[in-house]
Design a binder for this molecule. Structure first.
Ligand code: NAD
Length: 474
């Protein structure tokens, strides 16, 4: 085991866990990195007690005072960026460049948290002669954040710096597949001066998530992960009268028009479908090839064949994931689709234990095939031929998901029309991964998000606070 067994981090220190634990495996080569505790409802309760005790003092600080911790923490993230990128690379498998890029996003959200004193100040108005109404924002109390494996730093930072700077205390439940980055996050927050008990880390799986949904002292939950679990967390948490924002899976469609620029479009499509080994909720999944876009498809294939497995393309998260993704490809091929670039059975010499799949491009996929309907979450592009924009819109609109949709064209009118008609929360025009940066918020539609508000940006202030209205006459 490369690293010592991981512990929970509660009240500003590691807490020894004596219960069950699971292996942490590196997707790079299948090596054994560590063991992660599988905490129980009792562990969650212990963390919630500590967070509850820490809340009054932390909420009693001014927003300006609390934001000083965010400033110090941002400096630490920058200082430790190479160390953190190394951990992400090892436990998630993505390339060092991709790991660095997600840390830059984590830093950007932390900068948003630093600016909260400017953004989350109250409002005041003389509502009638001599009567003043003022609105203040108050934190909620103990809140929880539950995150997936695919961004061990970025997705946790969508919530941690914002929720705590706004005065909440937090229980964080990272994916059990990537616990090392999470543990380092907790240590760096303490080093940044965060009072003990404000941020608490409880590792584990389903029982921890369910205990957080059920705990009467947890006031709000954000969840990011697959749609099936997102639905369960939303219904279970709201049935206990909590505020819940639950982001789910995705199936993102790219509308490619014949007037799109061949080179830039092909490069961008490939980066969207193969970046982070296709394990992004914003990844290109289905290309809607409208009319004759064969030159673009040929160029995508040519560039895909140039990718170097293990260098410019990392592995997927697990052996089970590799088997599942290869199953999608085999099933589509058997149903009549044409595999133009085949990444099945890929092996990286010297890393035979790793979970690699080469970039895969499949043409003539039909909308009724499983690969066109379900989330694949691997470096696979399914090309669906459409005779015109209306047919393509029909296919996109029929998807139950709605995270992102992208249009590639040089025609502004077409871009605008498709952006209006696509049923997705985040639209790209010649941008393959259209993540809205601060102060705009990240959030999809349909089965990609349950609950109101985006998870980042200005609407996150609404989610993590409650408003107090004070009406005064002297
Ligand atoms: P996952 O749903 O398996 O796990 C997410 C979290 O839920 C983890 O912390 C995990 O321990 C926990 N969990 C797993 N099964 C559970 C269960 N039955 N009950 C309660 N908790 C459970 O997701 P994943 O495989 O870690 O991540 C990939 C998924 O996340 C993809 O579907 C991807 O699209 C989605 N994702 C969505 C967004 C978004 O913003 N919409 C962002 C990133 C990832």
């Amino acid at each position: 085991m490369k690293y010592p067994a991981i512990q929970n981090y509660i009240g500003g220190k590691s807490v020894e866990c004596r219960g069950e634990s699971a292996d942490v495996i590196s997707p790079l080569d299948g090596s054994h990195l560590s063991r992660v505790p599988l905490s129980t409802a009792a562990d969650v309760d212990a963390a919630v007690r500590v967070a509850t005790a820490a809340f009054p003092a932390w909420a009693g600080e001014t927003l300006r005072q609390r934001s000083q911790v965010a400033y110090a923490y941002r400096a630490l993230l920058r200082k430790h960026i190479e160390e953190l990128a190394g951990l992400i690379h090892e436990e998630n498998g993505k390339t060092i460049d991709e790991a660095r890029a997600e840390l830059v996003r984590a830093i950007e959200v932390t900068e948003f948290a630093c600016s909260l004193p400017q953004l989350a100040c109250g409002e005041v108005l003389e509502v009638s002669k001599g009567v003043e109404c003022r609105l203040e924002r108050a934190p909620l109390g103990v809140v929880a954040s539950i995150t997936p494996f695919n961004f061990p730093a970025m997705v946790p930072h969508w919530t941690i710096p914002i929720a705590i700077t706004l005065g909440n205390t937090m229980i964080f439940k990272p994916s059990e597949k990537v616990p090392l980055t999470a543990t380092r996050t907790a240590e760096l927050l303490t080093e940044a001066g965060l009072p003990s008990g404000v941020f608490n880390l409880v590792h584990g799986q389903r029982p921890v998530v369910e205990a957080l949904c059920d705990h009467p002292d947890v006031k709000a939950i954000t969840f990011v992960g697959s749609t099936a679990v997102a639905k369960n967390v939303y219904t279970r948490g709201t049935s206990k009268l909590k505020r819940v924002l639950s982001l789910g899976g995705a199936k993102n469609h790219l509308f490619v028009l014949p007037d799109a620029q061949v080179g830039p479009t092909a490069t961008n499509v490939l980066a969207s479908m193969a970046g982070c080994a296709g394990q992004r909720c914003m990844a290109a999944a289905s290309m809607l090839a409208i009319g004759n876009v064969d030159p673009i498809i040929r160029q995508v294939c040519e560039e895909a064949r140039k990718m170097v497995l293990g260098q410019t393309l990392g592995p997927v998260i697990s052996a089970a994931s590799k088997t599942r993704i290869e199953g999608f490809i085999t099933e589509a091929e058997a149903a009549g689709a044409k595999v133009l670039v085949d990444g099945r059975g890929a092996v990286v010499p010297g890393r035979e234990g790793g979970f690699y799949i080469g970039p895969t491009v499949i043409d003539h996929v039909r909308p009724d095939m499983r690969i066109a309907q379900e989330e694949v979450f691997g470096p696979v592009l399914a090309i669906i031929r459409a005779k015109d924009v209306d047919e393509a819109i029909g296919i996109e609109n029929a998807s139950p998901y709605g995270n992102a949709a992208v249009v590639y064209t040089t025609n502004g009118g077409q871009a605008k029309a498709i952006a209006r008609r696509a049923s997705a929360g985040m639209i790209g025009v010649n941008v393959g991964v259209p993540v809205p940066l601060e102060p705009f918020g990240f959030g999809g539609w349909n089965d990609s998000r349950f609950g109101v508000c985006d998870i980042t940006g200005k609407s996150s202030i609404e989610f993590w606070t409650q408003s107090k209205k004070i009406t005064t006459r002297w």
